[in-house]
Design a protein. Structure first.
Lengths: 234, 234
């Protein structure tokens, strides 16, 4: 384990809370549409719209805002008023403006690890939004490298490692998503540590993947990472 | 000039047409709102909304879509119907789906230059949108490096060159925007070639900058670049 040089972290729901912001916004969106439709219909239609729009919009808050607007129009058969749609846009702007709420122990853990390892962020989503979040998080200076990518698959990780001249044997990825942070990194020969977040987005699950069949590690909180690394280095 | 190793290109309105797509979409947007307001009001309000939203949305089509929706709501005092707003969203999706229309001579010029120089794209905007455009352009394989950034200023260029180990003396930027492609590159000691596009976005202009006071070169079309480079190397 002494060969480990670079530790990369996912950002949303690994370094800071993110999914709960979508959940809260979706609840406020439901409340807006409740005069028109039942919650289950609203959720199902929003999910369908998001999946259909992924091809156009990719991941991120702006695409989510546009999908909420479309869903509201569909569920009211186009009768929703402009003023209501403005409220939906305001919900999205509030998401973009919200203070960053770090996960427990993140700042101290990263600060400590930054003395021994090169730290990196590899995050999926909207470039502008991710950059402003990193700036607002106060963590920016701890990371030697930041990569915002549109898809977190094995070729993407391979390209990042190649670009930065990092051998997979010297690389570890830490994140909350088995599909985006763990599986593709194992596939290219890197190491991976899973920090589960309890509110997993359904799209992020990987069928048939468990700790028994793939060699990755799991911790309950990022603050357990230094101890895990020490044990691995013994 | 023999020291030149890397040539980076802006993408929108340098490699392919882009601004005319915004212009066309804006004309269709005006047509939608003409029953409510005069063109000049629509244009002024859209511009104000875009500028106000830049802080939230950054650059790109999704932010433009959201700004069109907000403008339509404001100009109708919230009375616009959902069905009309859906039409605005469709205008945006058509922008995102449109085939890439390369500028004249681009493919042949890049192909020829790629044998002598390392080619790179440095573009501002929405990560997902820029990546899909590059993929659809058919030019992807000609570029050794692609950087999508949220702001094209001198620190951004300095960071890119540092990350890739390129000295400013070995670097040339080619683009249509004096503010984004020329001025910041000259400021960090790189070379820059301006390829003006006739439909400049007003936000992109730099006051008081002319070829007399700054040492950059200008060509009318990207296909003039190989000849310019040959002359410089003599």
């Amino acid at each position: 384990m002494r060969s480990l040089r670079t530790i990369a972290f996912d950002a949303d729901d690994t370094l800071w809370h993110h999914q709960n912001l979508f959940e809260e916004t979706q609840e406020r969106f439901r409340a807006l549409l409740r005069p028109h439709r039942e919650d289950a219909w609203i959720d199902a239609q929003l999910h369908d719209t998001e999946m259909r729009n992924l091809r156009h919009f990719g991941y991120g808050v702006k695409g989510f805002m546009l999908s909420m607007v479309e869903t509201a129009i569909q569920l009211t058969d186009g009768r929703i008023a402009g003023a209501e749609i403005q409220k939906i846009i305001e919900l999205g702007k509030e998401m973009l403006d919200r203070p960053i709420e770090l996960m427990p122990g993140v700042a101290a853990t990263l600060e400590s690890l930054s003395h021994q390892y090169e730290l990196m962020v590899i995050t999926k989503g909207d470039l502008f939004d991710q950059e402003t979040k990193l700036a607002r998080s106060g963590l920016g200076a701890l990371f030697a490298k930041v990569e915002v990518v549109s898809e977190k698959d094995a070729p993407t990780y391979a390209a990042i490692l190649k670009r930065h001249g990092i051998g997979p044997g010297h690389f570890m990825m830490v994140g909350n998503s088995l599909k985006s942070d763990i599986e593709p990194v194992l596939a290219i020969g890197g190491r991976a540590v899973h920090v589960p977040y309890d509110l997993q987005w359904s799209h992020d699950r990987v069928e048939g993947m468990s700790r028994n069949t793939h060699s990755y590690l799991e911790i309950n909180s990022l603050s357990e990472l230094p101890e895990l690394l020490e044990r691995l280095e013994e």
